[in-house]
Design a protein around this ligand. Structure first.
Ligand code: CTP
Ligand code: MG
Length: 555
């Protein structure tokens, strides 16, 4: 069997080429093998942002001659790469070798005449390709390859999983179907880059960068793009200026708090996107959330976006997860399976509320992997010990340092298969003492809960924050019950018999809602849980109303 090489961020698209054949045989696991992907998070980000700046988006007619399009474009410069995708018609993402090609293209295009459209003088990187004589192009037409931007429905996934030969293989198939493709990642960075063009109208030194699951290696096709406005360059100027006798009123008025500044900035950017942003629709300002943000849908790329102002700590958690995701191929496979399982059983939800979030769930998987013997991934304290001078980050008084060079991290000696890990995950959290213990990734240990939230997961960097504060007792109990049920299904199952009967087995069996026909079994696994719900309801009645009405909006 060939070995699974998890493709690096620069080549993920190619992994999907294996979908029909090779991917169904996801290879002998080589636990502990450090992925071939050695680039640091910062390097990958810089490369992607640069690539996005050299990129444009072109709306194309439904019947398109690819050669013609490329021929037209070549008069403006060398096209380094391109792909087509469907989003309210066909669009092409075009990466030029040189940024100057974009200016050349912008100068050569027609602008809709002012009698039909009221144009704002802003040159965007969104174009429409039309040919005066569309008939002639039909002659040499070859069908376009459209890169998929969404994953297959769960029903189809389950069918595919049933054909695999082990639970491990099933988990790699799920990963391959759901993970972001090379093309989707490019599109995400382009969306940020297009918003940046716009933000620069107000704040010339700003950049817009993605964070969260778009960059932490745990992103799924179809998930939102979290982006933030960064003024770091402005910061650099400010320190430089202290050297001379002058002080400049630099861009911003002095405001009494950072939060207020953030709200003001997001407010104008929100209005600006709403009024003039090409293709920005349903702009919603959510400025009173703990982390103020502007939500909008970016129609040219088809993404739902959450824009906030630089939150250095959230970026550190994105990098931390990136490191964990790169260390061992089992990490991402397990996270994707657990997230998909949680979604199917209604444990997570795209709307904000008292549900466990994907982010919390990912942290729970990381914690579980730290608790294996020997551990599959190191604790945050261990990563901090490996940090070099350049890795030092103190943010708001918190030490957020950890190693960025993946080569410095020793591969694990743990050789457990994903079959074992999946079932042990359910076993572990099905029996976790949530009443007493909290989850601490910095120490990699269960520690006493500092307060009474049903689920307490320490924010690895801001140690006084619980990242799952929104989760209520009934939701936690549902999670425990589902975990127990799943552990039980995996233990009792007779794979051969199920395959003969053509019944879903392994991971596939866990992705079917545990319906009414086994509700009596479910009741058994819920035993002892009901009294806890009643107790917590009584507790919450005692609690001050204000604190329990915590806003679930935002982060
Ligand atoms: N974040 C955080 N604390 C929280 C929630 C979020 O620090 N309580 C940060 C994390 O870095 C997270 C990012 O904000 O990755 C984006 O949050 P969210 O979109 O909720 O999670 P994602 O990791 O992007 O997962 P999803 O695919 O569900 O969007
Ligand atoms: Mg997100």
């Amino acid at each position: 069997r060939g070995r699974l090489r998890l493709p690096g961020p620069g080549s993920r698209g190619h992994a999907r080429l294996g979908r029909s054949g090779a991917a169904a045989q996801p290879a002998a696991e080589e636990p502990g093998e450090v992925s071939t992907r050695k680039k640091t998070f910062a390097e990958v980000q810089a490369e992607r942002l640069d690539q996005a700046e050299r990129t444009v988006l072109i709306k194309c007619p439904s019947r398109l001659n690819e050669k013609k399009l490329l021929q037209y474009l070549s008069s403006h410069g060398n096209v380094k790469s391109h792909f087509f995708f469907e989003n309210r018609g066909i669009s092409a993402l075009i990466e030029f070798s040189e940024k100057s090609s974009i200016a050349s293209l912008q100068d050569a295009v027609g602008i809709p005449s002012a009698s039909e459209h009221h144009v704002v003088p802003f040159k965007s990187r969104l174009f429409t390709f039309t040919l005066k004589n569309p008939v002639s192009q039909h002659l040499e037409e070859t069908p376009l390859h459209l890169s998929p931007q969404s994953h297959i429905p769960v029903k189809n996934l389950i069918e595919k999983l049933c054909l695999a030969d082990s639970i491990s293989s099933q988990m790699y198939i799920l990963l391959d179907e759901y993970q972001l493709t090379e093309e989707n990642i490019r599109l995400r960075f382009l969306a940020c880059s297009l918003v940046r063009d716009f933000a620069r109208a107000y704040f010339p030194d700003s950049t817009v960068k993605p964070f969260g699951s778009s960059v932490n290696t745990f992103g799924k096709l179809g998930s939102d793009v979290d982006m933030f406005l960064d003024f770091r360059d402005t910061g650099k100027h400010a320190t430089k200026m202290k050297k001379g006798p002058f002080e400049m009123e630099y861009q911003m008025k002095r405001l009494p708090s950072e939060r207020l500044a953030t709200q003001r900035i997001l407010s104008v950017i929100g209005d600006c996107l709403d009024n003039f942003g090409p293709g920005c629709a349903n702009v919603q300002k959510i400025l009173n959330a703990r982390c103020p943000l502007v939500k909008f849908s970016h129609q040219p790329t088809g993404f739902q976006c959450d824009l906030s102002v630089s939150n250095s700590i959230a970026i550190r958690s994105s990098e931390l997860l990136y490191i964990y995701g790169c260390l061992d191929s089992r990490v991402r496979a397990l996270v994707f399976s657990i997230r998909c399982w949680a979604r199917v059983h209604g444990l997570t939800n795209s709307a904000p509320g008292t549900w466990i979030t994907n982010f919390s769930l990912t942290m729970m998987v990381m914690f579980f992997l730290q608790r294996r013997s020997p551990p599959i991934i190191p604790t945050l304290d261990q990563l901090k010990e490996l940090a070099g001078e350049k890795d030092k980050h103190i943010i708001g008084g918190y030490d957020c340092s950890f190693v960025s060079d993946l080569r410095k991290i020793k591969p694990t000696k743990n050789a457990e298969t994903l079959d074992v890990l999946l079932s042990e995950f359910f076993e572990y959290f099905g029996n976790f003492d949530f009443r007493k213990n909290s989850i601490n990734l910095r120490k990699g240990k269960e520690v006493n809960k500092p307060e009474s939230s049903p689920l307490y997961i320490w924010n690895p960097f801001e140690q006084d924050l619980n990242i799952s504060k929104n989760v209520n007792q009934p939701q936690l109990e549902k999670f425990i019950a589902m975990a127990r049920e799943s552990a039980w299904i995996l233990q009792k199952e007779d794979k051969t018999q199920q395959m003969i009967n053509k019944e879903p087995w392994g991971l596939a069996a866990l992705l079917i809602p545990f319906g009414k026909n086994n509700s009596s079994k479910m009741k058994n696994r819920m035993k002892g849980i009901g009294s806890e719900t009643i107790r917590s309801l009584l507790d919450s009645l005692k609690l001050n109303n204000a604190s329990s009405q915590q806003k679930a909006v935002g982060k």
